[in-house]
Design a protein around this ligand. Structure first.
Ligand code: ADP
Length: 336
């Protein structure tokens, strides 16, 4: 192969720039020409592309966001859109396309594969860590670090005022950011999709837990981590419900897109660097419709469809420790 193209698609993730840099540097190393399409799949449709050399990606790995821009592109689900993308890729003589994004972007990649004969390689770029086949996704470590930092700050004021807080974190439909940040910051309660699917929490049970934890510990501060989409109306609605129905003062805090910015964590820069090179090497190896992943420290190739059809489970032991040992939701043998 001689020419490869790269794009970043869907929700941006810290480390996407580092992955892009790695793709370009590896491409140069192997004597390939590297093109980038801007604004994700939209750029494929608009034929909005640039040639990238090593000099173009200097000093970008320390920044979140993506210098080639990301976007959502509703139109891409249509067959004629994928046909147009295939035409534009062929006109430029692209042999392999590297897609840095999340599960939506990989669905788009499989859709494109129905209409285009070139090789397609995915690179997992999402803060949610919700892709099967890789130990971590690019951006996840940074999002957890940001959420932990916010939880630490909330703890200071919660502690001073003996207050209950609900901190809403991202994660799409997975509890990775929620569980990891809750554990890293020692929060009292988690409302995660995996727990909610198992046994949905009622407000009454939550109030019981708050009161029990406060009584046992002799401390009023109670910091709860709520994964997005896990409560109707989110953290604000739950806080209002606690106040209105149980006269329990509670403050909501929505982290939102703060979780995607600032300097990428070392783990994300390193993961992105390894995966970017791995993706180029998979392309050179003739592979297609696979995601470049890292499993137990070894580079792996995961069929793209597996990445969203199979499930990446939460670490059961961490979940048990955080949920049943540190802040037991059931009364334990000591009558607590
Ligand atoms: P992420 O990659 O972060 O999960 P999205 O779910 O927003 O982000 O998906 C990114 C883009 O991928 C969408 O805007 C759309 O262009 C494309 N895409 C998602 N699902 C499909 C699909 N089933 N068929 C074709 N394209 C899709």
């Amino acid at each position: 192969i001689q020419r490869i193209a790269v794009l970043t698609s869907g929700g941006d993730a810290p480390g996407m720039n580092a992955a892009l840099r790695a793709v370009v540097l590896a491409g140069e190393h192997y004597g390939l020409e590297v093109f980038a399409f801007k604004h994700g799949y939209q750029g494929l449709l608009d034929n909005d592309h640039i040639r990238l050399c090593g000099a173009d990606v200097l000093h970008i790995l320390q920044y979140s966001g993506t210098i080639i821009k990301s976007a959502r592109c509703k139109r891409f689900v249509d067959a004629d859109a994928a046909e147009l993308a295939a035409k534009n890729l062929d006109a430029l003589d692209i042999d392999a396309l590297i897609i840095i994004g999340g599960d939506g972007s990989f669905r788009g990649a499989e859709h494109l594969a129905q209409f285009w004969n070139g090789q397609i390689i995915g690179v997992p770029g999402t803060i949610d860590n919700d892709l099967y086949g890789t130990d971590a996704t690019i951006g996840y470590a940074t999002a957890v670090a940001i959420a932990m930092d916010a939880l630490d700050k909330i703890r200071d004021t919660a502690d001073a005022m003996d207050r209950v807080f609900i901190v809403e974190v991202m994660g799409r439909n997975a509890g990775f950011i929620g569980l990891s940040s809750a554990m890293a910051a020692g929060s009292e309660r988690m409302i995660l999709p995996e727990l909610q699917n198992d046994k949905p929490l009622t407000v009454a049970a939550l109030v019981k837990h708050i009161e029990r934890v406060q009584k046992i510990r002799g401390d009023g501060s109670y910091v709860m981590v709520l994964s997005e989409h896990q409560w109707p109306g989110g953290a604000v609605a739950l806080a209002e419900q606690l106040e209105a129905e149980y006269h329990l003062p509670c403050r909501p805090c929505l982290l939102g897109h703060i979780q995607r910015g600032g300097p990428p964590a070392p783990a994300d820069r390193i993961l992105a660097s390894e995966l970017g090179v791995h993706a180029v090497e998979l392309a050179l190896d003739g592979q297609t419709r696979v995601m470049a992943g890292i499993k137990n420290h070894a580079p792996v190739a995961v069929p793209l469809a597996d990445t969203w059809q199979k499930k990446n489970p939460l670490n059961k032991n961490l979940l048990r420790i955080q949920h049943e040992i540190f802040n037991p939701v059931k009364k334990n043998g000591n009558g607590q």
